[in-house]
Write a protein that binds this ligand. Structure first.
Ligand SMILES: Nc1ncnc2c1ncn2[C@@H]1O[C@H](COP(=O)(O)OP(=O)(O)OP(=O)(O)O)[C@@H](O)[C@H]1O
Length: 297
């Protein structure tokens, strides 16, 4: 992975209210980065600043190590929260038009539009005006619009909201494909279960402050409690008397326990094995929802 987008110490206020406070994070190529936060946390404001639609009061946004230029911005794809397709233009015409605005030749714009509409299963809707589409199909058309010029950076504000599960998978497959081809993909969401499943990297924001950022796997490691799950044959009640162990759940052969700092999980495992077969023994990893609640406290 190469880091391509760097947001550094960005501050932004609206009137007296500071909505971004020293926001810093980075986005790499070939990865899906999820930008997570509650309503009003500052995701849209940050994305607008990245795209240059809104200015920062201080701080910098750099692309491949240099301030974002107009040319670099041309190579970005953006799906804004307020969406932005013309209701009275047909889907096909519109996407071709946007491709042209981003510098594609007429032939390339048409060819990319056809391919994308096919991928997003919108081919049959190509001749319809946007206002006639269902909300889910409008959303797919927005995604096609953001992708038409093969952007190097894709910034998508809540791209999955309002999509049914099949459309989510479709859009996800297209985004993964773009990432595999070398694009950097940043998208906001407040659907934690979805983000947990989709993202390689995470940026968690609350009240305008970045609370945690990094690869999903690293964050999960970092926020892992010294908590374990064990399944044995017979009753696991003996764990009550095991040094360093605090039981949090006991259900016959199945138990969840915490270890006091310094206690060794392998000692507990050996103790269990000395009593009989062990069917499962593993650290309990927190879900993204659990990490989120912990870091936004
Ligand atoms: N143009 C503006 N003028 C005044 N306040 C604004 C403006 N834009 C955003 N805000 C405020 O900034 C804060 C952050 O808003 P932002 O839209 O960035 O949050 P968000 O994380 O994207 O939330 P959501 O998930 O609800 O879209 C909110 O309190 C919002 O009311």
């Amino acid at each position: 992975m190469t880091t391509v987008l760097n947001v550094e110490a960005v501050n932004r206020s609206f009137g007296e209210r500071q909505v971004l406070k020293d926001v810093s994070f980075s986005v790499g190529t070939g990865r899906l980065t999820g930008f997570v936060g509650a309503n009003g946390a500052g995701k849209t404001t940050t994305m607008r600043i990245v795209l240059g639609v809104l200015g920062a009061d201080s701080g910098t946004v750099s692309w491949r190590g240099a301030p974002v230029t107009r040319a670099a911005r041309q190579s970005f794809g953006y799906m804004p929260e307020e969406r932005g397709l013309y209701p009275k233009m047909t889907v096909g015409e519109q996407i071709v038009y946007l491709g042209r605005l981003h510098g594609l030749s007429a032939a390339d714009a048409r060819q990319r539009t056809t391919a994308l509409l096919e991928r997003l299963e919108l081919t049959e809707r190509a001749g319809e005006t946007v206002e006639k589409l269902s909300l889910g199909n409008q959303q797919r058309a927005q995604i096609a619009a953001a992708l038409v010029h093969d952007p190097e950076l894709l910034v998508l504000d809540e791209p999955f909201s309002g999509l049914d599960p099949i459309a989510v998978e479709k859009v996800l497959a297209v985004l993964r494909e773009r990432a595999r081809a070398g694009a950097a993909v940043l998208f906001s969401s407040h659907q934690l279960e979805l983000v947990e499943r989709l993202c390689d990297d995470l940026v968690i924001i609350a009240d305008g402050t970045i609370r945690a950022a990094g690869p999903r796997a690293t964050l999960r490691e970092q926020y892992t409690l010294p908590r374990y799950r064990i399944e044995v044959d017979g009753d696991a009640g003996w764990l009550r008397d095991e040094p360093g162990v605090t039981l949090t759940e006991l259900d016959g052969a199945h138990a969840v326990f915490d270890l006091t700092p310094g206690a060794d999980d392998q000692t507990v495992l050996r103790s269990a094995l000395a009593r009989g077969p062990v069917r499962a023994f593993a650290p309990v990893r927190p879900t993204l929802a659990e990490i989120f609640h912990e870091v936004i406290q």
